[in-house]
Design a protein around this ligand. Structure first.
Ligand SMILES: N[C@@H](CCC(=O)N[C@@H](CS)C(=O)NCC(=O)O)C(=O)O
Length: 209
């Protein structure tokens, strides 16, 4: 059985949502990022990178990185139609997931832990600059969602769960969320798979303006 190593509200929420969408039995194991469990010798045996998500496959192998885990889950269940099957459609999915993981997510790092990038004195400024960059990413996401409900195609799929992850983080740091981005997250928040993953992680989606 698949097993997802996750931390509540972390980027591991994206595969958690997808696993719920797929609807096959799976296990979860919480990794407490607040106490540094991700850096423990036990967790290093699971994922030497010290990060969530990590997905344990049926044969015990571990798969890491959302850009790998999300398409893997989607393509394991072609019957769910969670990812395009044509060459360009798949490339579009990787294009979106790559931007989410390597640009949007990475832009949060200096917000979460500015002192990884500078000394204490410069930290507030580094964080403020990162938030300005993130606001531009959020404005772009809002623009991309104008007149549509999904980042890829016209149905829920591999590209949607990241929207929930970033929205929650953006709200926590008072980023301005555009009307279209909020509308799409409100739609996602009403989806049973999203509701179940949110409930399982004991977190919330604040849809207030
Ligand atoms: N490149 C990885 C990034 C994973 C990542 O940054 N996970 C964060 C949570 S959102 C984490 O585990 N952080 C723990 C730490 O840095 O100590 C992916 O996209 O899956």
């Amino acid at each position: 059985m698949l097993k997802l190593y996750f931390s509540p509200g972390a980027c591991s929420l994206a595969p958690h949502i997808l696993l719920e969408e797929i609807g096959q039995p799976y296990e979860v194991q919480k990794v407490d990022l607040k106490t540094g469990e991700q850096r423990s010798p036990e967790y290093a045996k699971v994922n030497w990178k010290g990060k969530v998500p990590a997905l344990q496959l049926d044969d015990g192998q571990i798969l890491t990185e959302n850009v790998a885990i999300l398409p893997y889950l989607a393509e394991r269940h072609p019957e769910r139609g969670l990812i395009a099957t044509d060459v360009l459609g798949r490339a579009r999915a990787f294009e979106w997931l790559g931007w989410c993981a390597s640009t949007v997510h990475a832009s949060f790092w200096p917000v979460f832990r500015p002192t990884n990038y500078c000394d204490e004195e410069a930290a507030p400024r580094v964080k403020a600059i990162a938030l300005e960059t993130l606001q531009r990413h959020f404005d772009k996401i809002d623009e991309l969602l104008r007149g549509r409900s999904h980042p890829l195609g016209d149905r829920f799929g591999v590209g949607d769960p990241y929207l929930v992850v970033f929205y929650r983080w953006g709200k926590a740091y008072d980023l301005k969320i555009g009307d279209d981005y909020r509308r799409v997250v409100a739609e996602l928040a009403g989806r049973p798979s999203v509701m179940r993953a949110i409930e399982a992680e004991r977190i919330k989606i604040d849809l207030s303006a």
